[in-house]
Design a protein around this ligand. Structure first.
Ligand SMILES: Nc1nc2c(ncn2[C@@H]2O[C@H](COP(=O)(O)OP(=O)(O)OP(=O)(O)O)[C@@H](O)[C@H]2O)c(=O)[nH]1
Length: 361
């Protein structure tokens, strides 16, 4: 039951968050929504109480705040704008707290509420902006409390109380800053790790090329873009010939170095806009944007002939390496996977035809 309510409440507070929002933005929007809702409810209830005890001024101030909190909440949910609502919530709360200091609130206990301000300000504005807001509040509150011994106040506090109130408020502010600073550092660290692992998840560790999953994403993206601009995209599926022999004769480590050096050669043979991935063991997939099949076949031929003449700089490895390549162009009449299967068929024909060959669809 509790979990159900928590989930419903979280969904409601996240209602105004766009799908593209970053984690930090999501957190901020959630918190602003939450503060606006809580602020709205509290000021509504306290305002009704004030009306009942005929404190017209306090009731008006509290219900005006309810409206401001409501406006902030609506503006996040329906306009997905959180810069203005967060300021609205913060300035409204600061003004309300100053009013409570000025009037004393119910039975002169209104000042107890001011301690929520540092946490809210730092949550909403972050360390720098939040702290600036709190410092401005402290200066304004000190002015109200101490100007001509409280001449500006509608109530009275004794001197000790005023000093202790400000000192304890500064202590809470300091502790809230420490908390916000360590939260921000942890967030940065987690973000850095997440970026690092996201990058690693896209890369083949042996060759440093994109891996199969990343290449599939790139092809999907590029093909959707190309379709909009009526451009061609071709792919080359390239496989090292008799690679098993290299492993068996020179060892697996030498095989690994061959794959690394081949990858480095491939990178010098394509244009900047082309992408290369390690598709599987000794298989590489190239994506050539804005390239018709004829041009793609020429590019494949250039790669094949360059590799067959290549010198591999590996101790105890002598001999050459050849590659076979299947070429195809992506077409609207079939899926990307079907086009890749077509390239694989061409590659198979190249192998059957004696290897060190290019076969186009
Ligand atoms: N060194 C090394 N070898 C790998 C790696 N991945 C796959 N292989 C090897 O690549 C070899 C591929 O062998 P086959 O599929 O028989 O192909 P092939 O010997 O190249 O023969 P054809 O493709 O028919 O020309 C296997 O021995 C795999 O163990 C790798 O990361 N490093």
């Amino acid at each position: 039951m509790f979990e159900f309510l928590r989930q419903r409440f979280t969904n409601y507070c996240e209602g105004g968050i766009s799908e593209n929002a970053s984690t930090e933005e999501r957190r901020r929007i959630f918190v602003i929504n939450l503060f606006a809702l809580v602020g709205m409810l509290l000021t509504l209830i306290m305002g009704i109480q004030a009306w009942l005890s005929l404190d017209i001024m306090l009731a008006t101030v509290l219900h005006s705040s309810t409206l401001v909190f409501l406006a902030a909440h609506i503006s996040i949910r329906y306009w997905q704008n959180y810069a203005i609502p967060s300021r609205l919530v913060l300035y409204c709360l600061s003004a309300l707290m100053l009013y409570l200091i000025y009037s004393g609130g119910v039975n002169n206990t209104g000042t107890l509420w001011i301690f929520i301000l540092p946490a809210v300000a730092l949550f909403l504005g972050g360390l720098t902006i939040g702290l600036i807001n709190v410092v401005i509040f402290i200066l304004s509150a000190s002015f109200l409390l101490f100007f001509h011994d409280g001449l500006l106040l509608a109530t009275s506090y004794n001197e000790d109380y005023k000093i202790r109130l400000l000192l304890s408020f500064c202590t809470v502010t300091f502790l809230s800053c420490c908390y916000e600073y360590s939260r921000k550092q942890s967030y940065k660290h987690i973000q850095m790790l997440s970026d690092k692992y996201e990058k690693l998840s896209k890369i083949d560790p042996l060759t440093g090329l994109s891996n199969r999953r990343e290449m599939m994403e790139q092809i999907n993206k590029e093909y959707n873009r190309a379709k909009r601009h009526h451009q061609a995209v071709s792919i080359l599926l390239c496989d090292v010939d008799h690679f098993k022999q290299i492993n068996d004769t020179y060892g697996h480590e030498t095989g690994d170095i061959v794959l690394q050096q081949l990858s480095a050669h491939f990178q010098t043979l394509v244009r900047r806009q082309d992408s290369i991935s390690r598709w599987g063991g000794e298989e590489f997939l190239f994506m050539l944007p804005e390239t018709e099949i004829q041009a793609a076949s020429k590019a494949a031929e250039k790669i094949r002939s360059h590799i067959s003449r290549c010198h591999f700089n590996i101790p105890n490895f002598t001999g050459t390496v050849t590659v076979s390549i299947g070429v195809t162009q992506l077409q609207e009449s079939r899926s990307i996977t079907e086009s890749i299967a077509k390239a694989d068929k061409c590659l198979y024909q190249a192998k059957q035809g004696g290897r060190d060959k290019v076969v186009s669809e």
